[in-house]
Structure formats: structure tokens, C-alpha cells
Design a protein around this ligand. Structure first.
Ligand code: PLP
Ligand code: COI
Length: 357
């Protein structure tokens, strides 16, 4: 191993890269991890011990707070390469900001901008040959933060670990998704942590999602906790509909939905294209009625992992509604291509979203 220091980060490289073991023509989501990881520690009120290490196991104590009281959160982003081979990130500072909004809600230490950005960029430089360039693929980046203190009482921890590792990935969904509207279980309630990317939110969603999968659905559409009448989001994606040429998506003001960076980008692209955009409560009944009247022109989920995922059918009120064929989805297709082109440095980046490493 060789050790170096850049931007206060001590760098220890792996003796041998594992990249030759990877079949880049058939990358599954989340099964393969790149050679290195970035690690930082928070202790005595400050961040330090910044390191890049070979990706691998870390030690922890059984009393580590994160395992007991769930002070754990994560982010998700992707890196791409342009035709010149430069590394591109898409709006990475939005992930940093959202991570710290999540940290605030979970009473965790916030990660400073330079720790996040320097750790991320140095890691990508070192593992840059892990960024796949085949269509639909990217290097998924997983920054995460957890309470590493050894302690048993319930109180905010005083020690944290921030880690970033990466994984070359292909498509998250291999086909258009069949969704079920969930009207019994709840993902998030007003006053809760729905807007945070808290690890516990994902654990709480597993059981209802598993039940839906057993019934043949890919994903759930969450509805509001009070009445189960209004749509919130779909699994790990925000959700959008086009009704009579208007792009409609659930608003964020109740803080029960994750403020997706893809969501914000699609809304901006739609406005740039001259489309009317509405962020407001969207009821299940409204969507089904629009479908029955032939006014529902598109329905899709959007998120970092999934990109734009066409919604093929919606199950609710004991009935499965087959939506318009995917080949006729001019809106979501256009958003998908526009966004992908910007991310890969092919489209015009009019909003300064692309960050060159
Ligand atoms: N909603 C949830 C619950 C998610 O996990 C994600 C994925 O990060 C999103 C929405 C979409 O957010 P983004 O577009 O920032 O990836
Ligand atoms: C993302 O899109 O980054 C997500 O959070 C999805 C992930 C849970 C696989």
C-alpha cells in the first residue's frame, strides 16, 4: 500500500485493483463496489481523520448508537464521464445541503462543505476508471453518516462517521413499473422525518413494499398519513403526472416527501420547455379520473437511482389501471433524454448543474 496526503486527506491505495473482475457489460444495481472509500470522523466537536482507504470492512462496537436508535442517514448521487473523459457530477451541492437538512432533523453532526466535496472529488479521481460509460450506466455514489459513539442512553451521539463509497451501476428498473397505491401503511406523517433521507424511513417501507411485491407490483405509491387520499411519492422516487399537457407533482410543503434533486430538475426542464407546472396536493381520485377520461398523458417516477421510470399501471380501489403505452410517452421520454444529455455533458447546461471534477 502507498500513502499520500491531499487536501488534508490521508490516502492509502489498494495494493491491487479489483476492476478486472467486473463485467461492465452486465452491471447489476448495487452489487459491485469500487476500490476505495472516503472516511471522516467527528469527535470532540470537530471533523478530522480524513482518509481514503481501500473499500472494506470497518470495525464497530456493539453499543454503537446508530445500531440502536437509528441515527443514520444517507445520500445518493451519480458520476458520469463526458466524451473527453472528464468526470461530471450532477448538482452535488444539493446532495450536501440535503444531507445536512437530514442531519439537523436527526440531531446529528453536520458535514462541512469541504469535507464532503474534497472527500468526494478525491475519491472520484482515484477510482475514476470505475465510472462506466455504456448507455444507462453510471457510478453510483453513496455518502452516508451515522452515530459511531459507544453509548446506551437515548440522546444525540457526540461521535459520528461520514463515509463515501461508490458502485458502478446499470438500470435500477429494467422495465416500466407497476405500482400499487398504498392506503393502509404510512411512510411519513406531518411532523415526522419524511423529508429526511433517514435510514429508518427505508426500513419502515420494507414490509408494505414486500407485500406489494408478493402481489406482483414493483413499487408502492405512498399516500398521506391522515386520509390516504393524496399521493406523496413512489418508493425511492418522486412521482409526476401529465394531465392535459400540465405537469403535476405533489408539493413538498408538508415535509412528508423527500425533496428530490431529479424532481426539481425535471420541473425546471419542463418550465424551460414552456410547460405549465403545478406543485400541489394531487389526489388518487384525480389521477384515476383523468385516466378514465383519457386526459392522463404520462405518469412516471424520478430519482437518482431510477432516473425517469415509466409507470405502466396503477393499482387502486381493487383495480389495475393500465396507462397509455410507453411508446406514446412523449413527456417522460423527453425529460429522460434531456436530463441524461445534461448529466453526460452532451446537452446544454443552462442552469450550471454540471460540476466538473
Ligand atoms: N424519494 C425518496 C424516498 C428517495 O429515496 C429518492 C432517492 O434519492 C427520491 C425521492 C429522489 O430523490 P433524488 O432525485 O434526489 O435522487
Ligand atoms: C437514490 O435514488 O439515490 C436512492 O435513494 C435509491 C436508493 C435507495 C437505491
Amino acid at each position: 500500500m502507498t500513502t499520500d496526503v491531499i487536501s488534508n486527506i490521508s490516502i492509502t491505495k489498494a495494493d491491487k485493483s479489483r476492476i478486472s473482475e467486473v463485467d461492465f457489460t452486465d452491471i447489476k444495481f448495487g452489487k459491485v463496489f469500487s476500490d476505495h472509500m472516503f472516511v471522516a470522523d467527528y469527535k470532540n466537536g470537530e471533523w478530522g481523520n480524513l482518509q481514503i482507504l481501500p473499500y472494506g470492512k470497518i470495525e464497530f462496537a456493539p453499543s454503537m448508537v446508530a445500531l440502536h436508535y437509528g441515527q443514520a442517514l444517507f445520500e445518493g448521487m451519480k458520476a458520469y464521464k463526458n466524451d473527453a473523459g472528464e468526470i461530471l457530477l450532477f448538482r452535488p451541492e444539493e446532495n450536501w445541503k440535503r444531507m445536512n437538512r437530514s442531519a439537523e432533523r436527526l440531531c446529528m453532526a453536520e458535514v462541512p462543505h469541504d469535507v464532503f466535496m474534497n472527500g468526494l472529488t478525491e475519491l472520484l479521481r482515484i477510482d475514476n476508471n470505475w465510472i462506466p460509460t455504456t448507455e444507462g450506466s453510471a457510478l453510483y455514489i453513496r455518502p452516508f453518516l451515522f452515530a459511531s459513539e459507544e453509548f446506551l442512553g437515548v440522546k444525540p451521539a457526540t461521535e459520528y462517521k461520514f463515509i463515501i463509497f461508490t458502485a458502478p451501476v446499470g438500470a435500477y428498473y429494467s422495465e416500466p413499473v407497476k405500482v400499487k397505491v398504498e392506503r393502509h401503511f404510512t411512510r411519513a406523517a406531518e411532523g415526522g422525518v419524511g423529508y429526511a433521507k433517514a435510514a429508518g424511513n427505508y426500513a419502515a417501507a420494507l414490509y408494505p413494499a414486500m407485500k406489494a411485491q408478493q402481489d406482483g407490483f414493483h413499487q408502492l405509491v405512498w399516500t398521506d398519513a391522515k386520509e390516504h387520499k393524496y399521493i406523496e411519492e413512489a418508493g425511492t422516487m418522486n412521482i409526476m403526472f401529465v394531465i392535459d399537457g400540465v405537469l403535476i407533482t405533489p408539493s413538498l410543503e408538508k415535509k412528508t416527501t423527500l425533496a428530490g434533486i431529479t424532481r426539481d430538475s425535471v420541473l425546471t426542464i419542463a418550465k424551460d420547455l414552456g410547460m405549465e407546472v403545478q406543485e400541489r396536493p394531487v389526489s388518487v381520485d384525480e389521477v384515476i379520473l383523468a385516466h378514465e377520461r383519457g386526459q392522463l398523458q404520462d405518469a412516471f417516477g424520478c430519482g437518482t437511482a431510477a432516473n425517469i421510470a415509466y409507470i405502466k399501471s396503477i393499482y387502486c380501489n381493487g383495480k389495475e389501471y393500465d396507462l397509455i403505452p410507453v411508446k406514446d410517452r412523449e413527456y417522460s421520454t423527453r425529460f429522460a433524454y434531456t436530463l441524461d444529455d445534461i448529466k453526460r455533458g452532451k446537452g446544454k447546461d443552462t442552469h450550471g448543474w454540471v460540476y466538473k471534477v
